[in-house]
Design a binder for this molecule. Structure first.
Ligand code: COA
Length: 283
């Protein structure tokens, strides 16, 4: 049995499979899951979707030794993936995970007790707008404090976009940890840096005006302007539909504090890492 936090990263832009190898990887998954991949028109989207599903299946395969074809990952009404309750047990009562894919990367984070949310962001090149014009479209997503922090980095376009994406990742990782999806009042969750350093790698949350020390957020810079944020928090904060997929909702403070510690570094995987070992090396 594997325990603890999992943090995986896969660089899709560096993976150029032949059509036959792509089909081989796709066929590892249950048929209904394959269709979730092939519904995308662009090959880049298919690649990200396939890697996302292979990661989710590998996680369950490693934890519970279940063959890929027998793993069915369910989704809440809001779309958050979860495991069938039969997989959960005392050593991992709340095994939950989250995936994000944007730009070059697909990433997965999982936790056995606390909630986990993940977001990857990179600038989508748009030659028609300056970074300043672009970020202004999203002004209403942020509180005044957040907006001031974003623009405090000055006019340098790269710094401005970096800071904007850091804040975007913070909001999304929280939304994805609790599983709410669309419809969250983004201004309710205000992020700030306790030491006043807007480039800090840890951020704090004020929810509805109240500081929440039972949540932690870790930001990292990947290469080529990609940012990644992992959010961790108490299971009882999940939306109703996701709460029903967990076994333990009330966690005492000391246990939660331990669960929130660490798990900040990602392991970069190769495609071989996402193929069950018993199938050998088909690459
Ligand atoms: C799914 C959602 C939560 C995130 O989508 P996104 O950022 O475009 O995409 P990401 O790549 O980060 O995440 C996609 C993954 O999230 C997971 N996901 C889907 N719905 C989810 C939900 N309700 N909660 C948590 N995770 C969810 C899935 O695993 C999905 O990947 P998969 O389909 O390959 O399995 C989307 O509903 C959303 O963006 N909601 C909030 C929008 C918003 O207001 N953002 C403003 C931030 S400032």
């Amino acid at each position: 049995m594997m325990t603890g936090a999992v943090r995986w990263l896969f660089n899709c832009s560096a993976w150029n499979p032949s059509p036959s190898f792509f089909s081989f990887c796709l066929c590892l998954l249950p048929y209904s899951t394959q269709r979730e991949v092939t519904r995308f028109v662009k090959f880049e989207d298919q690649k990200r979707s396939l890697v996302s599903r292979l990661m989710q299946h590998m996680l369950v395969h490693i934890f519970f030794k279940v063959p890929y074809k027998n793993i069915f990952i369910l989704r809440t009404e809001e779309g958050k993936p979860y495991l069938e309750p039969c997989y959960l047990n005392e050593s991992c009562p709340n095994l939950n995970f989250n995936v994000s894919h944007h730009g070059h990367y697909v990433a997965l984070a999982s936790e056995t007790l606390c909630l986990v949310g993940l977001d990857v962001m990179v600038a989508d090149a748009d030659e028609h707008e300056t970074p300043e014009e672009y970020i202004k479209n999203f002004r209403s997503c942020f509180t005044s404090l957040e907006w001031n922090n974003i623009i405090s980095v000055g006019p340098d376009p790269n710094s401005l976009l970096d800071q904007f994406h850091r804040y975007w990742c913070l909001k999304e990782s929280y939304i994805k940890a609790i599983g709410i999806g669309l419809g969250f009042d983004l201004q309710r969750a205000e992020f700030f840096f306790s030491d006043g350093n807007v480039w800090s790698d840890t951020a704090c949350l004020r929810l509805g005006g109240i500081e929440r020390t039972d949540w932690c957020f870790h930001l990292s810079h990947l290469n080529n302007g990609h940012w990644i944020c992992v959010a961790k928090g108490p299971p009882a904060d999940a939306v109703e539909s996701f709460k029903q997929t967990l076994q333990v909702l009330d966690v005492d403070e000391a246990t939660l504090t331990r669960a929130l510690r660490g798990g900040n570094s990602f392991t970069e995987l190769t495609i071989q890492d996402l193929i069950p070992h018993e199938l050998g090396n088909p690459c």
